[in-house]
Ligand binder design. Structure first.
Ligand code: G3P
Length: 227
């Protein structure tokens, strides 16, 4: 499933939060899908644990991303997550190189190529302007700049370090004009989303602001009110 390119993306990373694991991943996605309904001005997507991709993808119409795939081809590789397997489970794409699942450059390139061959979208995460430029050089559909020290915190990257978002957009577009840049870390409110778009990002990657909210549907509605 290709994500529409004419509207911002709100990608909610479920990480391994208990609130977004197993049956709760399905219930959460259904609640978010309902909260976003009628809001065609943004595309909602979620990044679920590998074990939850199939159940979330079959219970909702929300595009589901894997949080990671390995660079391996099918064969001997105990414990690995195959791009083929997440595709068959119903994934639309995968995150790669998240701050909590860092990879070496050669592995990012190999996984990215495997995902592309299978028609799956790639969101390559990065932590600095330079690594965003390097990620963009692999020509993924998305890169996502997230300063690690702001992840899980209360201050949005768009307020704490707006320059890194602006500079990451310029760096990424400089090497790959069609890559779409997301930003994340601390993003929670409509104002944060609005600021991200004003800085040149084409969406946000967020987790705790939705997953840990008392009312995740209300948190998503608040976020989307920034459009
Ligand atoms: O992948 C998104 C993430 O790392 C940002 O987390 O909790 O700051 O929205 P959070």
């Amino acid at each position: 499933v290709a994500l529409p390119t004419d509207r911002p993306v709100v990608l909610v990373n479920y990480k391994v939060y208990a609130e977004a694991t197993g049956a709760r991943a399905v219930a959460l996605t259904q609640a978010l899908e309902k909260a976003a309904a009628g809001g065609e001005r943004a595309t909602l997507a979620v990044a679920a644990q590998a074990t939850d991709i199939q159940r979330v993808a079959s219970a909702t119409r929300v595009p589901v991303f894997a949080q990671h795939v390995d660079a391996l081809s099918p064969g001997a590789g105990t414990g690995a997550t195959l791009a083929e397997a997440v595709k068959e489970a119903g994934a639309s794409g995968s995150l790669l190189n998240h701050a909590e699942r860092r990879l070496q450059l050669a592995d990012i390139a190999a996984s990215s190529a495997r995902l592309h061959k299978l028609g799956l979208a790639r969101v390559i995460c990065s932590d600095t302007v330079a690594t965003t430029r390097a990620a963009a050089a692999l020509h993924p559909e998305f890169v996502a700049i997230e300063p690690p020290e702001l992840i899980g915190g209360d201050v949005s990257v768009t307020s704490a370090d707006p320059a890194i978002v602006r500079d990451a957009v310029a760096a990424a577009k400089g090497v790959a004009p069609r890559v779409r840049v997301l930003c994340g870390a601390g993003v929670k409110t409509g104002a944060d989303l609005k600021a991200a778009l004003a800085l040149g990002a084409e969406g946000v990657l967020l987790a705790s602001g939705i997953v840990k909210a008392k009312d995740p549907a209300a948190a998503l509605r608040g976020l989307l009110s920034g459009l």
